[in-house]
Ligand binder design. Structure first.
Ligand code: ADP
Length: 319
């Protein structure tokens, strides 16, 4: 391997820049030339590729978002589109690619690997929903953002005797919600892995009102139910003002926390080590604070992230 490429793809997450920086600098340190691909798989297809130097990644370790840009490019599912992308890489003599992104981006990296082009996946998403890793780059930064929002909601919902539903990102993964519920002291935690029992939630809220407690925070993962409709139902049943706050894209921005900067730096450097050792078609993870790598096809097709039942139970115990 002499030349490698790096791209960020899909939903952005804080710490992607730190990962790009690590790939570039660790690569140069190993004597490689490193190329940045702009706007994810779209840039790969459109041949928007430039060599990066140590200086090109100065002053980005602390910045949220991704300086390489990201894109949703569903056409990448088509073989002919991917063939064009591989042609572009080969024309530039780029031997391997580091893909930083979420589930969808991993599917793209897996598809390239299956075509014989070596890729290494780094888990960049706030959702913490990637197989083969305990944590993804961006998860803890997003968690801090959610906690800050919950703290503020708590101030005002306590003063106004109001029930606050906080809708938290995570797609089909409740990790962000569970951790935010514990850290934010939420009274209720509703996640896709456990589903929503509306009658049970309302009964518990009513019982709480009966005991004289007039405010509550309900942490809810996106897509489980319509947060505003749920708020209306709860208000009608309990008689307490109930409002939904949908945190939305705020959760994806901001400067990465210490943990995410370190995780991204370690994973980026590790990806380069793997490529130098001739490994391709792998995805990088962290397990019990050790960097690990798995076959990317196996990770996507066969591995599953177990839901953390203990953490979920703790959120209920301490509520
Ligand atoms: P994320 O990586 O955050 O999950 P997406 O699901 O939007 O975000 O995926 C990012 C990009 O990865 C897509 O826009 C597309 O270009 C590519 N991609 C997703 N699924 C596939 C697939 N099955 N095959 C090839 N490329 C894919």
């Amino acid at each position: 391997v002499k030349k490698i490429g790096v791209l960020t793809s899909g939903g952005d997450s804080p710490g992607m820049n730190a990962a790009v920086r690590a790939v570039v600098r660790a690569g140069i340190d190993q004597g490689l030339q490193v190329y940045g691909v702009y706007d994810g798989y779209l840039g790969l297809y459109e041949n928007h590729i430039e060599e990066l130097t140590r200086r090109s990644v100065s002053n980005i370790i602390n910045r949220g978002g991704t300086v390489l840009g990201s894109a949703r490019f569903p056409q990448f599912k088509e073989l002919s589109v991917r063939e064009k992308a591989v042609e572009n890489l080969k024309a530039a003599n780029i031997d391997a690619l580091v893909v930083i992104g979420g589930d969808g981006s991993y599917m793209g990296a897996k598809a390239l690997t299956e075509m014989g082009y070596p890729c290494i996946g780094l888990p960049g998403t706030i959702d913490n929903d990637i197989n083969g890793t305990d944590y993804t780059i961006g998860f803890f930064t997003a968690l801090n953002t959610v906690l800050e929002a919950i703290d503020r909601l708590r101030d005002t919902s306590t003063s106004h005797h109001r029930i606050s539903i906080v809708e938290i990102m995570g797609r089909h993964c409740g990790d962000l919600t569970v951790s935010a519920a514990i850290g934010g002291g939420a009274e209720f935690c509703i996640v896709p892995e456990r589903g929503l029992d509306e009658a049970d939630l309302i009964a518990k809220l009513k019982a709480q009102v009966g005991r004289g407690k007039k405010h509550a925070i309900v942490a809810l993962t996106e897509k489980v139910t319509d947060a505003n409709a749920l708020a209306q139902k709860i208000e009608a049943e309990t008689g307490l003002e109930t409002r939904a706050t949908i945190l939305g894209h705020i959760q994806r921005g901001g400067n990465p926390t210490a943990f995410d900067r370190l995780l991204a730096s370690r994973m980026g450097s590790y990806a380069v080590d793997l490529l130098v050792q001739g490994e391709g078609g792998r995805c990088v993870g962290i397990h019990n604070d050790q960097l690990v790598h798995h076959d990317i096809i196996d990770a996507m097709e066969n591995m599953r992230r177990p839901f953390n039942d203990k953490l979920f139970d703790l959120s209920i115990k301490l509520a």
